[in-house]
Design a protein around this ligand. Structure first.
Ligand code: ZN
Length: 126
């Protein structure tokens, strides 16, 4: 269920409430009970949508924070031969580079792993 479904559920609940208030004087108890069950169902759907929307917002806020942290870390790296590296106190690259694919596409920092084999380059652990 998404936000649009939640809005639809609330709209249906509002419409049903209006019709109930108009028909309250002519509906018998059984019909009123049936209408109230339908209203409760719409409100339950709306609540579920709000819970899911809250969870999605929390997930997106966490992802946004992670990306901000990555960008802040990236600003502290030095670029050398097309790769990003941590640097020493003199600004010289040290260690292995960060994976350019993960950094560019996913906004994540993974240090490349030195394969230690001849003719094999570094590889990403991701
Ligand atoms: Zn990678």
């Amino acid at each position: 269920m998404d936000i649009a479904a939640g809005i639809n559920a609330v709209s249906a609940a509002i419409a049903l409430t209006r019709s109930l208030s108009d028909a309250a004087k002519v509906l018998d108890a059984a019909s009123m009970k049936l209408e109230m069950a339908e209203l409760t169902g719409h409100l339950a759907d709306a609540k579920l949508s709000l819970v899911e929307a809250r969870d999605e917002i929390a997930r997106l806020e966490a992802e946004c924070g992670r990306i901000k942290d990555t960008l802040q870390e990236k600003a502290n790296l030095v670029r050398y031969r097309g790769y990003h590296y941590p640097h020493d106190k003199d600004g010289q690259p040290i260690g292995t580079a960060y994976c350019p694919t993960c950094l560019t596409i996913e906004g994540r920092l993974f240090r490349l792993i030195d394969s230690r084999r001849v003719h094999e380059g570094n590889h990403c652990p991701n």
